[in-house]
Write a protein that binds this ligand. Structure first.
Ligand code: SF4
Ligand code: SF3
Length: 551
């Protein structure tokens, strides 16, 4: 019997699933406790769904579900003790809900399900329980596949919801769907057709949550602007901030102002440079390094403290572990965690700032600039130029190459693909996938760079807004009539919600790589192929020919 089973990301061992320890570094006990936490969230949701029917909600359990789902995303949290504590906290919330509904005399569907009833014992007993409630507890491989596809979509949704909610934005319907979806994964009455319908509905709420986060980000920090970002270093000590949380970015910039410490972005935090609200800080120096998976070398040479606000954490090397900090839903055993502020106070980053002061300046690993900030408002600002370039044939095709980067050598495909594109093709990107080609010199077409970076993975929403606008300008009936091809790279579960959102919007013929998800059973993969034309990748030459053959 395997000691764990996880197949939620693209790097699942042997393309089927991690069974002894995660390729990501997640230990089997933590993997199982993440499953147990999900099981607990399903238990809470059993009552929350019924509560909503009766007009009852509970802000604490909504927040708990969102934060806990986020904590189970690949490379977010590796902290066993943290997961044990979360499960216990979740059981308290579940029992409160139960008592509340009991008092109202409501009949609660699934109230006799183990997820609604089980009680945690010792830590060891929780480990034992955890080993029984994971992915493999669903025997039928197609039902399992659909339940997990839905679950991973919900995890991605939770991550984006969390970013919106720290900025004060919420959407009740998204919380409601999250709870409904979690309960649906427990129901033996739901067959493949019903689950496929729920997966599509998940895509709808994926669009909603990305739109919400876009509103939250742009209302709070302004619309991203076309920006050149320095990739070299200064001479003062620095703090490196990684992950996706812009609220942490804002607080760190405020608290470091005037301290003699510079701030650099890493990986998915690069797009922070595009927001007007952050441009005013002269100590906001640039971006250091590349996508998440290169961090073990780049964090060592950065020399200063590193703040991980969300995924992706790679188990740290001793050379920088004492300079690494987690916050929010991230965690790693033995790494210092910056807690949320209490009594309405902001997070206190003073410990990081103090440590930075005693550190050497970052070691230079490259110099120059990269350009980005092509989110929907900025692209609309140059819409006339773009439309003209398409009409004159100067731009023949757009390639959406959004998504994630990862360790696998096979991802060199994306660098090669970008390099091999004809000069009249433009890449639209978002997410850390961009690091595979954003430092290549691909030039520009009539002043429009050939790599247009909208921002973080959630800013894939911007790419959809741009596509919708182009459809309108060109008077087309269908988004698929546009000269846009989709060659998307995925790694973790935020890419799953982005994919489901695209499918919901009717985008067809998306190519997904470097490998198709291990969690898609052959039958479920066939549904996606037959209905949406989803395909994998092969070789650059063969794929290029196929993309270019589309009229
Ligand atoms: Fe394996 Fe990915 Fe799961 Fe980590 S998140 S255990 S690498 S499938
Ligand atoms: Fe990257 Fe982890 Fe997905 Fe937000 S930082 S895209 S992998």
């Amino acid at each position: 019997m395997s000691s764990m089973f996880c197949f939620q990301c693209q790097e699942a061992a042997k393309g089927t699933g991690c069974t002894i320890q995660g390729v990501c570094g997640k230990t089997s006990d933590v993997a199982n406790l993440q499953d147990l936490l999900l099981f607990t969230l399903k238990g809470i949701s059993i009552f929350a769904v019924k509560g909503r029917e009766l007009g009852l909600t509970d802000a604490a359990s909504e927040k708990f579900i969102v934060e806990s789902m986020f904590a189970t995303i690949t490379n977010a949290n590796f902290d066993r003790d943290g997961f044990l504590a979360r499960v216990r906290e979740g059981i308290v919330l579940r029992n409160q809900w139960n008592a509340r509904l009991n008092a109202s005399g409501a009949v609660v569907p699934f109230a006799n399900h183990d997820a609604a009833l089980w009680v945690p014992g010792t830590d060891e007993e929780m480990d034992e329980k955890a080993a029984t409630v994971g992915v493999l507890s669903t025997a039928n491989e197609d039902i399992r596949s659909l339940r997990e596809l839905l679950t991973y979509g919900l995890k991605g949704m939770a991550a984006y919801m969390e970013h919106a909610s720290v900025l004060g934005y919420r959407e009740d319907t998204v919380h409601a769907f999250m709870e409904k979806g979690l309960v649906a994964t427990l129901s033996d009455d739901l067959g493949a057709d019903e689950l496929v319908a729920l997966v599509m509905e998940c895509g709808k709420y994926g669009v909603d949550v990305m739109a919400l986060l876009d509103r939250a980000n742009t209302s709070t920090y302004g619309n991203p602007e076309i920006t050149k970002v320095n990739i070299g270093v200064g001479s003062r000590p620095g703090i490196l901030i990684s992950g996706h949380d812009l609220k942490d970015m804002e607080e760190l910039l405020k608290q470091t102002e005037g301290t003699g410490v510079d701030v650099y972005t890493h990986s998915e935090m690069l797009p922070a440079h595009y927001y007007p609200a952050f441009k005013k800080y002269s100590h906001f120096v640039g971006n250091y390094g590349n996508a998440w998976w290169k961090q073990t070398e780049e964090f060592a040479s950065f020399n200063g403290p590193i703040l991980m606000t969300t995924n992706c954490i790679v188990p740290p090397k001793d050379s920088y572990k004492d300079r690494l900090y987690t916050t929010g839903n991230t965690g790693f055993p033995g790494v210092k965690h910056i807690p949320a502020g209490t009594d309405g106070k902001v997070k206190d980053f003073s410990a990081i700032i103090e440590q930075a002061k005693s550190c050497a300046a970052p070691e230079e690993i490259e110099t120059g600039e990269i350009i980005g900030g092509f989110a929907h408002a900025a692209v609309m600002g140059v819409a006339d130029q773009v439309v003209e370039a398409v009409q004159t044939g100067a731009i023949k095709r757009f390639f959406v190459m959004a998504g994630c980067d990862g360790r696998m050598k096979s991802r060199d495909y994306y660098t090669d693909f970008a390099s091999a594109l004809p000069n009249d093709a433009v890449i639209l990107t978002a997410g850390c996938a961009k690091y595979k080609y954003n430092k290549l010199d691909l030039g520009a077409i009539g002043g429009i760079p050939r790599v247009l970076d909208a921002g973080q993975c959630n800013d894939s929403y911007s790419l959809v807004v741009i596509a919708m606008k182009l459809k309108e300008v060109f008077g087309l009936e269908d988004i698929n009539e546009l000269p846009i091809s989709y060659n998307i790279a995925w790694y973790e579960q935020k890419a799953v919600i982005v994919l489901l959102a695209l499918l919901y919007l009717g985008v067809k013929n998306i190519h997904l790589g470097p490998t198709l998800p291990a969690f898609l059973s052959p039958n479920v993969a066939k549904v996606l192929v037959d209905n949406f034309g989803i395909g994998g990748i092969t070789t650059v030459d063969a794929d290029m020919e196929q993309f270019m053959a589309v009229v």
